[in-house]
Design a protein. Structure first.
Length: 310
């Protein structure tokens, strides 16, 4: 009889990585606040299936009902239980991610497989080390599909904002508070070229008293203007210059500052924006005066919900 060598430690580690990525992508899609220890505990629980399949309990976890109950336990560990509708949403999102990426991985393997016959092959079996080609597809193909799926989901979210979405913003800056009305503009793709931090635009009338006119200029030697302006060292250290391309295609410079914190009020939620630069402009951003700032979509897409309206 032919013997089979089982590399259980390698199989468990691979499953651990895959389970973590699946759960992490589920969290990202649902935009839930999940503690790291919950995510890792759920990952360890999910990867334990590799061990359980070699115990007398394997008959339970081989059954579809057993698999479903096990997955619900994983979701409860990661997300907890708040409402039944939320719990079902978490479950469906998890299966959607798992089937979507798993199906993509199988399709990629099928596309590149030279042998048209799959009979007798166990491409993604965890019962043995497997052939190197199958493992290569799992190790390289899975993270690639994960990144591809994440970007596609991000694009779907951004498309929902094609029609300007309004938000109220509060900016904390050097013990000062700035409030403004903004729109989330999916067309704003400006990043700081050095740090890749997203940039939002703010009309200078909102914070005119904080900065001298000499530093709120566009298309001039702003670096020298900032250095020569009558500013405190702390304020000067918060200012930077950002190059950006105008609608006409011309590249100009604009002054931006680094805020301490930016909070968005959007659809009943208080959202803490990620690290962002605030560019000061003299342009009238809204002819009707409906808003005085243009927000970067990453501020909402990657923001952290700190309070939700009941």
């Amino acid at each position: 009889m032919r013997s089979i060598t089982i590399y259980l430690d390698v199989i468990w580690f691979l499953n651990l990585c895959i389970d973590y990525l699946l759960l992490k992508l589920t969290v990202i899609i649902l935009k839930r606040q999940v503690k790291s220890w919950r995510l890792w505990l759920g990952t360890l629980l999910a990867s334990s299936i590799v061990i359980l399949l070699f115990t007398p309990l394997s008959i339970v976890f081989d059954h579809p009902i057993g698999k479903f109950l096990f997955s619900t336990l994983i979701i409860l560990v990661v997300f907890g239980y708040h409402r039944f509708s939320t719990f079902l949403q978490n479950i469906f999102a998890f299966y959607f991610v798992a089937f979507g990426i798993g199906g993509g991985l199988f399709a990629a393997h099928y596309f590149f497989q030279s042998n048209s016959s799959y009979a007798g092959q166990n491409l993604f079996s965890t019962l043995s080390y497997g052939d190197p080609i199958s493992w290569l597809f799992v190790v390289i193909g899975f993270p690639s599909l994960w990144l591809f799926s994440k970007k596609r989901f991000d694009q779907v979210v951004v498309r929902k904002w094609q029609h300007s979405t309004y938000a109220v913003i509060y900016i904390s800056f050097l013990d000062k508070s700035i409030s403004a009305k903004g729109i989330i503009d999916s067309g704003n793709k400006l990043y700081d070229p050095l740090t890749r931090v997203p940039v939002m635009f703010l009309n200078e009338s909102v914070c005119k008293s904080f900065f001298p006119d000499s530093v709120i200029q566009e298309g001039v030697d702003l670096q020298n203007a900032i250095q020569n302006a009558d500013l405190s060292d702390e304020l000067r250290s918060r200012l930077t210059v950002i190059p950006y391309r105008t609608v006409s295609g011309k590249t100009q410079l604009i002054t931006a500052f680094r805020p301490d914190e930016v909070i968005l009020l959007h659809e009943g939620q208080r959202i803490k924006a990620p690290k962002v630069l605030v560019a000061l402009t003299k342009q009238n951003l809204s002819g009707e005066g409906d808003f005085n700032s243009i927000l970067h979509p990453d501020m909402l897409l990657h923001g952290k919900i700190i309070e939700t309206a009941s």
